[in-house]
Write a protein that binds this ligand. Sequence first.
Ligand SMILES: C[S@@+](CC[C@H](N)C(=O)[O-])C[C@H]1O[C@@H](n2cnc3c(N)ncnc32)[C@H](O)[C@@H]1O
Length: 244
Amino acid sequence: MTGWLRIAGLGPGAEGMVTPEVTAALADATDVVGYIPYVARIAPRAGLTLHPSDNRVEAERARHALDMAAAGRRVVVVSSGDPGVFAMASAVFEVAETEPAFHTLDIAVLPGITAMLAAAAAAGAPLGHDFCAINLSDNLKPWSLIERRLRAGVEGDFAMAFYNPRSKARPEGFARVLDLLRDLCGSDRLITFARAVSTPDQSLRTVTLAEATPQMADMRTVVLLGNRATRRAGRWVYTPRGVS
Ligand SMILES: C[S@@+](CC[C@H](N)C(=O)[O-])C[C@H]1O[C@@H](n2cnc3c(N)ncnc32)[C@H](O)[C@@H]1O
């Protein structure tokens, strides 16, 4: 039997935000591989083996999935949101790159709705002009690079989405980010904290940088910083289409 590998995004949480393409791949799969909470979103069924694993074992997980596909299994690697946004797609290709036997495998990346887009939609349109996304975790890059990219984003007047803003292992970093942003952008800039978007736990809060505190973010939060023109329209936040 010919195996295949699909690297799929499950969206931010709501069932209605899983694409039909991803649902079809899951229905046809023999194996699902991924971080424990993401695999927990997959309904068990006969003929499907679930392979949940810890967050820190991305390379091992990727190799396991590639090995199973090479052996003829139909494998879906699941990520939350989109698999190409701070998630498993790059991890799979990093392993596939090292082994020519994997280069001929039937591999496809199935996109999903990433957290920043679901959060922006819930808030209004804060990413309605040019924007960028920065992962605030310094697990895979030095802090100096995060700071350089934050400065560059502000210098370019981008709205910005911040993933992985704060965790128990990194309680201090986000406080430093807020201090830096207050220095660079001033205290009136709008910032939205979007937590557990599209789930029953969803909460949305827009404040100024002066009012923002580190405790407003955790690992289930994506943070959206406006550009100079971002403003409120009643309970909505939006960035105009034109900026002079
Ligand atoms: C490792 S990244 C994975 C991102 C994912 N691949 C995506 O495209 O959304 C995890 C971070 O995504 C953000 N995130 C994921 N799901 C979210 C949700 N439902 N609501 C708010 N933020 C979310 C948080 O910033 C979290 O710390």
